[in-house]
Design a protein around this ligand. Structure first.
Ligand code: ATP
Length: 512
């Protein structure tokens, strides 16, 4: 499927099969806000759990937290969000459409990347087995030219943003002759800063109400609880605090389904370390997180690191793990070396000490922090869009199959009586009821069994168990595999064991 078509298919499939609905749809929806349906909520929960197990359950020195969404307003002064959580926006005067100026420039560079990919594909075809990609990338004049141009643009963008030189960001857009993707017009306004936090009020009367913000990230809930957790958990550095939860951002442009939402969920982990050790921990978490992503089996070639040119106000090193979404490589997770910025700043604004006594060094200090931060909705989109495939079968017919990693699939097995008579439904129901204690099961007796298989394929159910007349005789069933459509005759116990093994967390996470 072409990328554009795939993305359309992702949207319609997500809706049709109960994964994602537009929010308050009966009122025509709310821009960039979505609801997860009966299938989506299960996939999302499984993804969250997959992350939680890898981060909290498997690490002796990482614990969890669930901080409130509403926080004391000074939190956001200290964190820098009140003053610096801005995106540069630009309007097109003709189409009246609003864009993020940095995204316009990044998309321009993305097009150069696509050109490079095309050259590589062409050359790979021409040279066949003798093709050396690394050599081609470093020597082909056209490719080198594209790369140098892209790097130079990103460098300049990074510098201008860092220096708040919005005039230069506009100049860059003009020099690159970037036009409005909608109208083709190059008639741009000046670039302005726009704060992304949603404000709200606490209190009954307008006069006494306190101005609050809906948290734009979950991280600050962790920082303000650093000492609570460290003391009550008797934690020794290095240790981490992990949290999943909603975050809110008044995004300027939100047109990519659940990639960029105004209300979304983050899964963040702040790892507290002694100052001076940030370089090695940064390398450690980069590697560990990439391995975790690879464990889904979506293809290592679909991930890459992108080092930040422009560092946020709190960071001394930062990179993104990018994923190849249907609309190109984009950020999926951020890994940031946040120094002691957050804790020091909260010390300053609160007047409370946020220090750690290091028994080895025999001194007090403000720990440094290494952050891993991933959007759960983006992870959902990555897994879902990669899994959705349209296949042509041997008999010429086509099937839609959602090849979700079995460990996170909403339903692990569908139990299907071959026909709705001869006592088969009763046996199948009994089997489904037994399996429910160990895994998510669905029972379906409607329609011909072939159609039921297709429906389960489209829902991403990795296994089907079919109960037929032979089951009545010898208690064996047919186990059908979603990906290969192969079928095996097994006892019920054997079938259950196969499914348990294929869906067990440990068999997926052991990879990392
Ligand atoms: P972007 O550059 O795409 O706006 P960001 O760099 O601002 O993202 P971070 O502040 O590093 O993002 O947030 C960490 C993670 O949270 C991101 O990697 C992403 O997966 C997720 N995330 C951020 N903003 C959104 C959003 N509006 N909708 C969905 N997920 C988001």
């Amino acid at each position: 499927m072409a990328d554009q078509d795939l993305f359309k298919k992702v949207l319609s499939h997500a809706k049709e099969y109960g994964f994602v609905f537009p929010s308050s749809e009966i009122y025509d929806g709310l821009s960039a806000v979505y609801d997860y349906g009966q299938q989506g909520v299960a996939l999302k929960k499984n993804l969250r759990e997959y992350w939680w197990k890898a981060m909290v359950q498997l690490n002796d020195n990482i614990v969890g937290l669930d901080a409130a969404i509403l926080m004391h307003p000074t939190t956001w002064k200290a964190s820098g969000h009140v003053d610096a959580f801005n995106d540069p926006l630009i309007d097109n005067k003709d189409s009246k459409k609003r864009y993020r100026a940095d995204v316009l420039v990044e998309d321009y560079v993305g097009k150069l990347d696509t050109k490079i990919e095309k050259e590589v594909k062409k050359a790979a075809k021409r040279f066949g087995d003798a093709f050396d990609k690394a050599q081609f990338l470093s020597t082909n004049p056209r490719v080198v030219g594209y790369k140098e141009k892209g790097d130079a643009i990103l460098k300049r963008l990074g510098k201008s943003l860092e220096n708040e030189d919005l005039v230069d960001v506009k100049a860059l857009i003009e020099e690159l002759e970037i036009s409005c993707p909608l109208s083709g017009s190059k008639n741009w306004t000046e670039v302005k800063q726009f704060n992304l936090m949603f404000g709200t009020k606490l209190g009954a009367s307008a006069e006494s109400a306190t101005e609050l913000y809906l948290r734009p990230e979950t991280a600050q809930g962790i920082f303000v609880n650093f000492l609570n957790v460290q003391k009550t958990g008797r934690m020794k550095l290095p240790f981490g605090i992990a949290q999943t939860g909603k975050a809110f951002r008044n995004e300027i442009v939100a047109r990519q389904f659940i990639f960029r939402m105004r209300e979304f969920e983050q899964m963040e982990m702040q790892f507290f370390i002694p100052p001076g050790t940030q370089k090695e921990w940064y390398a450690h978490w980069k590697e560990t997180r990439l391995k975790w992503h690879h464990s889904f089996g979506l293809g290592a070639e679909n991930y890459r690191f992108h080092d930040h040119e422009k560092l946020a106000h709190y960071a001394d090193a930062a990179c993104d793990i990018e994923f190849r979404f249907p609309f190109g490589f984009k950020e999926l997770e951020g890994i940031h070396s946040r120094t002691d910025f957050d804790l020091s700043s909260h010390e300053e604004f609160s007047g409370k000490k946020l220090q750690y006594f290091d028994p080895d060094r025999q001194e007090n200090y403000v720990p440094y922090v290494l952050e891993t931060s991933i959007g759960l909705d983006r992870l959902f989109l990555a897994v879902f869009s990669n899994a959705l495939q349209e296949e042509t079968l041997e008999d010429g017919s086509s099937r839609t199959v959602l090849r979700l990693p079995a460990v996170v699939a909403p339903t692990k097995v569908a139990v299907l009586p071959l026909v709705k008579k001869d006592g088969l439904p009763a046996i199948a129901k009994k089997l489904a009821d037994e399996l429910k204690w160990d895994m998510t099961v669905s029972y379906d007796e409607k329609d011909a069994v072939g159609r039921r298989y297709r429906r389960q394929d489209a829902l991403g159910t990795p296994f089907c168990i079919t109960v037929d007349h032979q089951t009545v005789e010898d208690q064996t069933v047919t186990l059908r595999y979603r990906d290969t459509m192969a079928q095996e005759r097994l006892t019920m116990t054997e079938a259950k064991a196969k499914i348990s093994e294929a869906t067990a967390f440990e068999n997926w996470l052991k990879e990392i």
